[in-house]
Ligand binder design. Structure first.
Ligand code: ADP
Length: 542
């Protein structure tokens, strides 16, 4: 066989620091604004971020952090967290973002599983750090992300972040390396079993950042001021710290205050044009904005994902506030972006209602992600918008195997997402459920998401979860768990009546129970496992 003719372009590996150096050189004056846990607002630029990241890499080298070793972060969204992202990956080590909302035992498990050498933390997590420290033998030092003046007293010998970098000159050329080198580690929140580690690479991260920024994805540019509400400890804040550098956007970090008032004030003060988060945070924001009769003066669009965006929320944003919603689907194992929802050219002439219907779906795959749906016998199902099956994905930013796992979960080279979906002839994906949340009634499936979406359209319902309860004849039937809005006296009968004509008869829940609160996972999703346990022996009222 003849030798292939190779292209003659530069072999420049796709490395994460190249995003940062690009932003520093070409958008050097663009701001990064952070609400700090210390209480004030901090401002600097991409140029400053790049310089301090090099100082930090020097400091970590001096502490003995080596290639491939893991350094953990337990922190909110802020500029120091950004520096840790770039410095740790950039020097050839692995930034392991830990979710501080997990139980301390889970955090200790994750830190030990990853064998983290250092843990950098926001000072308000000191209590948590002191709790887990005795259980984490691999950790050689705990770095408080603050300056000397704010360093809290502790029985642990803390390292001070600003002191560490203050003695470095920043003369640290980012090393070249194989683009497949590991760069980041994130454990899935694990609604069942132990959390599992997803190990990203420089290549997967840079490619994902490219894909995420595209017009039919997050539609990002240097004209944006981006406020990631989605935490940097949850799948790299959906890649926003990387794609913002790639396009040279302004970044606004909200710190720990994610309530409606704090977010709204920051949106307005910093001219935020684009944001991203899970539906639960938007519930809080919309409730606040409505209560004070305010408008968004600069916010143009927001990505909503992580769990299904209720159509009622989409409508409120789009119709009442003129903010475009980009519904998105993804998961930790997919870096996380898989699909995002936008209208196509020929949809422009459709009536508003029909357009809304399309926008309620989770969207179409971005380049870099390939999808298929599969039936019970492993056969590929048609893209007709009706057949639903297990959703599989593959691509350069999709997981191949979990960190330290012996076997790969792939089936014929495809990753089984654990979600159930339909795909229509134009490629729009609609997630009907997670496979474990589907309600199997008399051999047919009921989409818990669809049942919840109807409830969420009721003006007196704050939040609703639909779960399966056992049934002697049908095997499973839907139960609706509802949190009423404050002051509401909504009844079971009124809720059930609301379903008439909105879904097929046999999808209507068998019963409705009212609770004060629905439990959420550490990433803000409804914890249906807990609800299923709580209502395990529930008997529907006749
Ligand atoms: P974890 O399972 O640990 O919570 P992820 O945060 O990665 O991990 O969650 C991914 C899951 O969230 C997906 O598999 C899917 O079930 C759900 N999900 C994400 N986005 C959406 C969406 N837009 N609509 C419905 N479900 C979604």
């Amino acid at each position: 066989m003849a030798t292939p003719l190779l292209g003659q372009m530069m072999a420049a590996p796709l490395l994460i620091p190249s995003l940062l150096t690009h932003a520093a050189r070409h958008h050097g004056d663009t701001e990064i604004v952070s609400r700090r846990v210390e209480g004030d607002i901090h401002r600097y630029t991409w140029r400053d971020a790049e310089h301090r990241s090099r100082q930090l890499a020097q400091a970590l080298r001096r502490l003995g952090v080596g290639d491939g070793e893991r350094v953990a972060t337990l922190a909110w969204n802020g500029y120091r967290h950004l520096e840790l992202y770039y410095a740790i990956s950039g020097m050839g080590s692995v930034v392991h973002t830990v979710n501080p909302r997990l139980f301390p035992e889970q955090i200790a498990y994750i830190v030990n599983h990853a064998e983290d050498r250092y843990v950098a933390f926001d000072i308000n997590f000191l209590g948590l750090i002191e709790t887990i420290a005795p259980q984490c033998p691999s950790v050689q030092g705990w770095i408080a992300m603050t300056d000397r003046a704010h360093l809290p007293a502790s029985r642990l010998p803390l390292l001070c972040y600003e002191d560490l970098i203050g003695v470095e000159d920043g003369n640290f050329p980012w090393p070249s390396m194989d683009e497949n080198t590991a760069s980041g580690l994130c454990y899935t929140s694990g609604t069942t079993g132990h959390p599992k580690g997803v190990l990203y690479s420089h290549r997967s991260t840079v490619l994902h950042a490219f894909g995420a920024a595209l017009p039919d994805a997050m539609d990002m540019s240097a004209r944006d001021a981006v406020l990631p509400v989605v935490p940097m400890f949850h799948v790299n804040a959906w890649g926003l710290p990387y794609s913002s550098a790639l396009v040279g956007a302004k970044l606004v970090f909200p710190g720990k205050d994610l309530d409606g008032k704090s977010l709204y004030e920051l949106f307005e003060a910093e001219g935020v044009t684009f944001s991203a988060g899970v539906p639960t945070v938007w519930l809080g924001l919309l409730t606040y904005v409505k209560s004070i009769g305010a408008r968004f003066s600069t916010l143009e669009r927001t990505v909503i994902g992580g769990s299904a965006c209720p159509p009622a929320m989409l409508r409120t944003f789009e119709v009442d506030y003129g903010v475009r919603v980009i519904h998105a689907w993804g998961m930790s194992e997919m870096s996380p972006l898989g699909t995002l929802c936008h209208l196509r050219k020929h949809h422009r002439d459709l009536p508003a209602e029909a357009q809304q219907h399309i926008l309620e779906k989770q969207g179409t795959a971005i380049y870099g992600v390939d999808l298929k749906i599969v039936g019970p016998d492993g056969e590929e199902l048609p893209w007709d918008g009706k057949a639903f099956g297990d959703l599989y994905a593959r691509g350069p930013w999709v997981l191949d195997r979990y960190f330290r796992a012996d076997t790969s979960p792939l089936v014929d080279g495809w990753f089984p997402t654990g979600d159930v979906a339909t795909i229509d002839p134009e490629g729009y994906v609609q997630i009907t459920d997670r496979s474990k949340d589907v309600i199997k009634s008399g051999g047919e499936w009921i989409s818990s998401i669809d049942v919840e979406n109807v409830a969420m359209a009721h003006p007196e319902i704050h939040e609703a979860a639909c779960i399966a309860i056992r049934h002697p004849k049908w095997e499973e039937r839907p139960l609706l768990v509802v949190v009423r809005k404050p002051g509401s006296t909504l009844t079971r009968e009124a809720v059930l009546a609301f379903y008439q004509g909105r879904v097929v008869k046999w999808w209507i829940p068998d019963d409705v129970v009212f609770v004060d609160e629905i439990p959420h996972t550490a990433t803000g999703k409804m914890l249906k496992l807990k609800l299923r346990e709580a209502f395990r022996d529930y008997q529907a009222a006749p």
